[in-house]
Design a protein around this ligand. Structure first.
Ligand SMILES: Nc1ncnc2c1ncn2[C@@H]1O[C@H](COP(=O)(O)OP(=O)(O)O)[C@@H](O)[C@H]1O
Ligand SMILES: [Mg+2]
Length: 247
């Protein structure tokens, strides 16, 4: 069992600011993702969610401030790089459309530096947890999959790296409610298996239901960070800060 009281946070941003030229995308963001937590970062379009996801994955160096993983500084102005044990499922999934389901998964394993044998072992394991349509025909090109299947495959590719922390940027984007449920059920199982989960979402309802912490971003600033307050109170916070359309 992990001792959550003394473990350093899986990830922490300290005073993180990020500018794209003249655009201030993150403005002094400090947030801690506890080891073993399921955290949702909510915010409307342009709030800074994707930028924060990339900064916390180590894929984008902040303009100022620091990112810590497991208590160690890993990214700050001018340096950084993918953080060991952290995988990002990027917004829009970014699969290799011409490659097969199997090949997309293998790239997730090799990208993380696993050996050929270990990668094939993980492939069988990950394939087994994917929807039947993907399991039954892993030779299918990713581009021919439905939106829900592509999201599941993108998560599968990320977990081929066996991350301790999984960051998922807008998993429910473009999906019908029944598919959103399937994606969240899988995330819940990964969480139950000990993976720390960090979601970026514009649509709050599913995310909050599964989360033990919610963070609300507004124009690059954290305006709320705390535990969900129960359905009605959380909904009031979300509609107050983001708007009814987030529910
Ligand atoms: N590559 C980029 N170049 C310039 N501005 C960007 C870039 N990416 C994002 N932005 C801007 O940064 C802000 C935050 O964007 P983003 O992190 O994508 O927010 P979200 O994911 O919440 O929609 C927005 O104003 C957006 O237009
Ligand atoms: Mg985004």
């Amino acid at each position: 069992m992990l001792d959550m009281t003394s473990a350093p946070p899986a990830l922490a941003a300290e005073g993180v600011t990020h500018r794209y030229g003249g655009v201030l995308a993150l403005d002094g963001v400090s947030v801690q993702i506890g080891t073993g937590q399921f955290v949702s970062v909510l915010g409307s379009n342009g709030a800074g969610k994707s930028t924060l996801a990339m900064v916390l994955a180590g894929l984008l160096a902040p303009s100022s401030g620091t990112v810590r993983a497991g208590g160690h500084a890993v990214a700050s102005r001018g340096h950084g790089g993918p953080i060991a044990g952290v995988s990002l499922v990027p917004e829009g999934r970014r699969l290799f459309g011409q490659l097969s389901v199997r090949e997309n998964l293998l790239l997730g394993g090799f990208g993380a530096g696993a050996s050929g044998r270990e990668t094939r072992r993980r492939l069988d394991e990950v394939l087994a947890s994917l929807p039947k349509a993907l399991r039954d025909d892993p030779g299918r090109a990713a581009a021919t999959l439905s939106g829900g299947e592509q999201q599941m495959l993108a998560i599968g590719r990320a977990i081929m790296a066996q991350p301790r922390t999984l960051i998922i940027d807008e998993p429910s984007m473009g999906l019908a409610p029944v598919l959103i449920n399937q994606v969240y059920e899988w995330l819940s199982r990964l969480h139950a298996d000990g993976v720390t989960i960090l979601l970026m979402e514009q649509m709050a309802t599913h995310a909050v239901r599964h989360s033990d912490m919610m963070v609300i971003l507004d124009r690059g600033r954290v305006v709320y960070a705390g535990s969900p307050q129960g359905d009605a109170a959380s909904a009031a916070l979300i509609s107050g800060y983001i708007g009814e359309e987030a529910l």
